[in-house]
Design a protein around this ligand. Structure first.
Ligand code: ASP
Length: 436
């Protein structure tokens, strides 16, 4: 049995939590490779080490302000080292990192040092080898992640190591410069390591019990999801369920390695098991979870006889492509086409409308903003009648208007767009209809 464990920022936040990490890792000999995040928040107002490092990078030209921030980072690690009763010093590393940050032209190197130092400390504490991800997680010349090369390098680097600690979140490009994944990216590193060593299980240790059926900031005490499939995970995490990075699925997917999300601070709980697929006949659930995001707009385009105009959609989409805008949904009618786009994608909406107009000469075109998307996800809805009806009547009973509805052909999800004012009420209405 071989397990790869990833511990998140809260698990690495201070000596007390790192002692729990040690207990978990040493409690099971099959936990051989440990991937870590940088120390996160110890209390609500605390600062994450990664945030401090981004700040240090921003202030790198202002010696006094830079030193003030960097000192906080040093104190954080020195505190952990002395509270753990370790006797080594990171002084040399601090000096190197200070110099490198001042020279660097991207924030990635600075941001990565939290994971680096956390892994150095944990390797020392556990008595494990330290393996630097800079040498094994590779990005190409455009800083795009190179999965085949990474897998090869990771497998080779770990082949001779029985137990190792590996920093998450970063790697390097062909020039050797540090490149990071997006925020929360240590989940991806954990998955990469699990895939590369063909682990039996990828354990993702965090500060919550697992995946919840809805966002606890929106629904009071939502139920825990005990099992879900890779596909359901992808849908839920893409649509805002933030327990696991939404790209963490890919490296383990090919090898079919299950992921177990578990709570470091309540380790006896089973957590959520994410499997390649779920055994539908054994499951009586119609839906597995609900997720959602605020901040969307719809571009509405109207033109008579649009259905007969070959190439109409391609022309519209070519304008989006030119503006490097990715869209989420595209419901169509006979004479209408709507495109749902995240507000963050839309840099200059008026230019976009002008260009689409000159490309396809519509009868009418407008943008409606202030929308939110709610995703109702679950394999259980496959061939089961009435799921969409239940979603719609839950919303109607709560006087919520559906601005758009979209169900994929795979019957894995139903997406509805509602006014952002109705977002929380809508999620609660759907939650109550399916889970209460
Ligand atoms: N430390 C990084 C962040 O705060 C990466 C991670 O924790 O996964 O986003």
């Amino acid at each position: 049995m071989l397990k790869v464990c990833k511990f998140g920022g809260t698990s690495m936040a201070d000596a007390a939590s790192i002692r729990i990490v040690e207990d978990i890792v040493h409690g099971d000999k099959s936990r051989k490779y440990v991937v870590v995040s940088a120390p996160g928040k110890r209390f609500k107002e605390d600062e994450k080490v990664t945030d401090l490092l981004y700040k240090a990078y921003e202030l790198r030209r202002d010696e006094k302000a830079f030193s003030e921030v960097f000192k906080k980072i040093e104190e954080r690690f020195d505190g952990i080292i002395s509270d753990l009763g370790l006797s080594f010093s990171l002084k040399k590393e601090y000096g190197e990192i200070r110099d490198e940050i001042k020279k660097s032209t991207s924030a990635d190197y600075a941001a990565s040092r939290g994971e680096y130092l956390a892994a150095v400390v944990l390797a020392e504490y556990l008595g494990f080898s330290f393996v630097d991800t800079r040498d094994i997680v590779k990005f190409d010349e455009r800083n795009i992640f190179d999965m085949p090369l990474t897998e090869k390098r990771t497998a080779a680097a770990l082949a001779g190591k029985v137990y190792a600690v590996i920093p998450g979140f970063y790697g390097s490009n062909l020039k050797g410069d540090v490149v990071t994944f997006s925020r929360g990216g240590s989940d991806i590193t954990g998955s990469i390591v699990a895939g590369a060593v063909d682990a039996d299980l990828y354990e993702n240790w965090t500060d919550v019990d697992g995946f919840l059926t809805a966002d606890p900031r929106v629904v009071k005490n939502p139920k825990l999801i005990d099992k879900l499939s890779y596909k359901e995970l992808r849908e839920l995490s893409y649509m805002g369920a933030s327990v696991l990075h939404h790209e963490a699925i890919f490296p383990v997917k090919r090898a079919g390695i299950p992921i177990n999300v578990k709570n470091t601070f309540d380790k006896k709980k089973n957590g959520t098991l994410i499997m390649p697929y779920v055994d539908l006949p054994k499951s009586d659930k119609t839906i597995t979870g609900i997720a959602g995001k605020r901040g969307y707009s719809v571009i509405n385009i109207e033109k008579s006889m649009l259905n007969n105009e070959i190439g109409f959609v391609r022309k519209v989409l070519s304008v989006l492509e030119k503006h490097a805008i990715s869209f989420e949904h595209m419901p169509t009618g006979i004479d209408t086409l709507s495109i749902v786009v995240a507000d963050s994608e839309m840099k200059s909406p008026s230019d976009l409308l002008c260009e689409i107009s000159s490309e396809v000469r519509p009868d009418a075109i407008n943008i409606v903003s202030g929308l939110s998307l709610i995703a109702v996800v679950g394999h259980g809805m496959l061939k089961r009648k009435g799921t969409a009806a239940k979603v719609c009547s839950a919303l109607a009973d709560n006087e919520i208007n559906i601005r758009m509805i979209d169900q994929g052909g795979s019957e894995l999800n139903i997406i509805v767009a509602v006014d952002t004012n109705d977002y929380e009420k809508g999620i609660n209405a759907i939650y109550n209809a399916f889970f209460e």
